[in-house]
Design a binder for this molecule. Structure first.
Ligand code: SF4
Length: 323
């Protein structure tokens, strides 16, 4: 059932890729990047998605936006099932959903001036005339802390932080309601990270945006998120309000992630949990609980039966046989 308070809802979403089994082989393997994920993102919230590199976070974000069509499952955006939309309706909906990528240099066309980069989506979607688009570009640049004359410059003339501001401005050109921020500060220096995070937070408040904020860095995710989903090998293993998760981690993987977070008070130490081994391959994920090979609480049942993702109260969901 769709809830009107949700901006984005996914149900049993799967994103599988068929890949070659080897250079000399004709056989194929299935890579399960996102496997049976259900969650909803409430209007106006920042939903943080955290997990190790390669766990499927970015693929989940792109699948939500239908930048990659899901293998199965539903994506419901602002009450509309994206599978039911005509091409024309989908084009309109696309203006409501945008993405900011990790690498601002890679995501900006280096041959175009900043003004042209920002005008392009406005003109493509027929949102205004050429003259109006020039005014809108100036307004967008001011919104992200740049100056109108920057419209005449090219991406290589900016610092990393400024380029990310341009990428954010481009995402905002078409007045979206939902923005996927995919590791938006990971490529930036620490000193610039907080400026860009503050900008995203101000824009969210002023423009009433809803964010999916993807990062491998739990400190950053905690700082910006209202609720947090923890992803492991294509699945969400825990989901809760940010404070609830901080004080009451239930899944052993979440506990390990939190134990690796720096302690803000100098002199105070905490015991860090080092996970054995690497993230297993999503081509042949372990049977039962996918985390069982790295979990110090593993029981027999964990090796055979996949734990259900269930509500344990207080809007806190977890997939673990301990709960
Ligand atoms: Fe560990 Fe078992 Fe829970 Fe998986 S289900 S996290 S193996 S205790």
């Amino acid at each position: 059932m769709n809830n009107a308070a949700n901006t984005m809802e996914v149900k049993n979403l799967c994103q599988y890729f068929t890949i070659s089994d080897g250079i000399m082989s004709d056989s194929k393997a299935i890579l399960k990047a996102v496997d049976d994920v259900s969650l909803s993102i409430r209007k106006g919230e920042t939903f943080g998605l955290v997990g190790e590199s390669g766990c499927g976070k970015t693929t989940l974000g792109k699948t939500m936006l239908h930048l990659i069509k899901p293998t199965s499952g539903k994506v419901i955006f602002e009450g509309k099932d994206l599978d039911d939309l005509s091409r024309q309706e989908m084009r309109r909906v696309r203006t409501r959903m945008q993405i900011v990528f990790q690498d601002p240099y890679g995501s900006l066309n280096v041959r175009m001036s900043v003004g042209a980069i920002l005008q392009e989506p406005l003109l493509y979607h027929n949102l205004c005339t050429k003259k109006e688009s020039e005014d809108r570009v100036k307004e967008l640049l001011k919104m992200v802390g740049l100056r109108p004359f920057h419209a005449h410059r090219y991406p290589h003339e900016f610092s990393g932080g400024q380029r990310q501001r341009i990428a954010i401005a481009r995402a905002l050109t078409v007045n979206p309601g939902f923005v996927v921020c995919d590791e938006p500060v990971s490529a930036l220096d620490m000193s610039v990270q907080s400026q860009v995070l503050n900008l995203l937070s101000d824009l969210k408040r002023d423009l009433e945006l809803t964010y999916l904020f993807i990062s491998h860095d739990l400190s950053v995710v905690r700082h910006v998120s209202d609720r947090i989903g923890v992803m492991y090998l294509g699945k969400i293993v825990e989901l809760a309000d940010e404070r609830e998760l901080y004080y009451n981690q239930l899944h052993p993987y979440t506990r390990a992630l939190f134990s690796a977070m720096p302690v803000p008070k100098p002199g105070r130490k905490k015991q860090r949990t080092i996970l054995p081994g690497d993230l297993p391959s999503p081509i042949s994920p372990p049977k039962g609980c996918r985390f069982h090979g790295r979990c110090s609480y593993c029981m027999d049942v964990c090796k055979k039966v996949q734990p259900q993702f269930k509500d344990v109260g207080n809007d806190h969901f977890v997939a673990c046989h301990l709960h």
